[in-house]
Ligand binder design. Structure first.
Ligand code: PLP
Ligand code: COI
Length: 344
């Protein structure tokens, strides 16, 4: 297919994390044991059976990754192989057919190229967010895996997920859980997010950016910062991030573990982070594809706000992590082998 070059009228600097309808999206169907070739279509709606398992039993999963415009005008994806692997892990957890890695990455590249006009210019801070998803479809009634599946990828240009960008924001500890101890917390499935809507709303109404979830078994350890992972920098400059079976394994978090160690020379540790020991950290942050790195100004727990580096300024190590990660993503810093895939 040949796409006519066009320009779009978007104020890139003003974008938040919202849906903008772009021109093309990818759809592919799994039926009778195999995937079809997939198509790009202008239709941003789905017509599916009312009995689809995705609608009733939450048999669906999704991913999130971004395309970045470099200074010389190229477009590149950040670690799409990791999103493919994680989506296939979610598929195995919910008994859905896996999408071959090559098909997943090819679909992402097709969508980026077909919507090139929507890839924000270098220097605006905005990016093109890609949302791959896989849903159980087809006529069905009982609680069982669907007879057919739809794999789709759409995209939308986006700005910052948390309003502050690199300005610190506050979070509160939630009394609610987003996942069960041996449930689906480590899979990127819609049910985890449905359960997070109310705790999120409670936090926002109280003036916080989002809530922090503790471990569902003991409620003593930090797990997730809304839809992002947590990291902290100890007073002796170690990069620490929580470990748990119910945390979503964030690709950004694993990338930061490598960046902290290999680029900044910090000691790194993935280990339990007890909320009662929160003053071991001089800086803290939320990290994720949408969130990038959002410095945590303070955390409210049991009625008290614990403040880290500052309520107004990003801490120096968090800033270095941010600059190095974004440098790699936007093509200014040499990436580790295999992290960048050009969309060409
Ligand atoms: N935790 C949750 C619950 C998320 O939804 C996300 C977003 O994908 C993350 C963490 C961050 O993961 P990643 O860095 O792979 O985007
Ligand atoms: C992401 O960071 O890609 C997410 O999926 C977070 C949220 C928008 C669900």
């Amino acid at each position: 297919m040949i796409y006519l070059s066009k320009t779009v009228n978007i104020d890139w600097g003003k974008l938040g994390f919202t849906y903008t309808k772009t021109d093309f999206r990818y759809k592919s169907i799994w039926k009778d044991g195999s995937w079809d070739n997939g198509i790009l279509t202008e239709d941003n709606t789905l017509t599916i059976s009312e009995g689809s398992t995705a609608l009733h039993y939450g048999q669906q999963c999704f991913e999130g990754l971004k395309a970045y415009r470099t200074k010389d005008g190229k477009i590149q994806l950040f670690r799409p192989d990791q999103n493919s692997k994680r989506m296939n892990k979610s598929c195995r957890r919910l008994l859905m057919p896996e999408v071959p890695e090559e098909k997943f990455i090819d679909a992402c590249i097709q969508v980026v190229k077909a919507n090139e006009a929507y890839v924000p210019p270098y220097g605006t801070g905005a990016t093109l967010y890609l949302r791959p998803y896989l849903i159980g479809i087809g006529d069905n009634l009982g609680v069982k895996p669907a007879p057919e599946y739809l794999f789709g990828v759409f995209c939308s240009p986006v700005g910052p997920y948390f309003k502050g960008g690199l300005a610190p924001v506050n979070f509160m500890i939630s009394d609610y859980d987003r996942a069960a101890p041996f449930g689906t917390g480590a899979a990127k499935v819609g049910g985890n997010y449905a359960g997070s809507l109310m705790p999120h709303e409670i936090a926002v109404k109280k003036g916080f950016a989002d809530c922090i979830y503790l471990d569902p078994l003991t409620h003593t350890k930090i797990e997730e910062v809304g839809a992002a992972n947590f990291f902290g920098i100890t007073k002796d400059n170690k990069f620490i991030t929580p470990i748990s079976e119910s945390i979503l394994p964030s690709i950004t978090k694993y990338s930061l573990l490598a960046v902290a160690k290999e680029y900044l020379g910090l000691e790194v540790e993935e280990r339990e982070v007890f909320i009662d020991n929160i003053d071991e950290f001089k800086e803290a942050g939320a990290c994720g594809t949408a969130a990038v790195i959002s410095p945590i100004g303070g955390i409210e727990y049991k009625g008290k706000l614990h403040v880290f580096h500052s309520q107004t300024e990003v801490g120096p190590i968090t800033k270095k992590l941010y600059d190095t990660l974004c440098g790699i993503q936007f093509g200014e810093v040499e990436p580790p082998k295999g992290w960048i895939v050009e969309a060409k």
